[in-house]
Design a protein around this ligand. Structure first.
Ligand code: HEC
Length: 113
């Protein structure tokens, strides 16, 4: 009988441990989506001089960007264009091109979604 209790105690301990580690894995996943994090870093480094650091608000020069689709980001950031049929938020042509950010567009899109 004593042996069984010991084994049960060990099993219980192992179960609790594995449940805990699973929990903390999940919460770190939810708070830190790596694509979102990378997109935010790219945004902060390249865009906040003109756009607001909170993309849902207008910045000192550029308009709010929250919800910008990936094709808009690609057209605007890489070649100062707009996707066909898109109605720009501003009529101006102030924003420069950032061709070196080609590989970062999906991350910017994940951040601004
Ligand atoms: C030098 C200032 C400046 C910088 C830096 C800048 N933008 Fe802009 N952006 C603007 C301005 C001003 C507009 C309004 C259109 C125009 O005048 O070109 C704009 C417009 C846009 C638009 C179109 C919004 C719409 O719906 O019409 C997108 C998308 C955008 N910017 C994304 C970005 C991203 C992403 C970055 C960083 C990689 C960035 N911009 C960096 C100034 C800037």
């Amino acid at each position: 009988m004593r042996g069984w209790t010991k084994i049960l105690a060990i099993m219980f301990y192992v179960l609790v441990l594995s449940a805990c580690s699973k929990d903390s894995d999940q919460s770190s996943q939810a708070s830190k989506d790596p694509d979102w994090e990378r997109g935010r870093a790219v945004y902060v480094a390249n865009c906040v001089a003109c756009h607001n650091s909170d993309p849902s608000k207008d910045g000192p020069l550029g308009p709010a960007l929250k919800g910008s689709p990936q094709e808009l980001l690609e057209a605007r950031v890489l070649s100062s264009n707009y996707p066909p049929g898109y109605q720009p938020k501003r009529p101006t042509k102030v924003m420069p091109q950032f061709p070196f950010l080609k590989s970062e567009i999906p991350y910017l899109s994940a951040y601004l979604r």
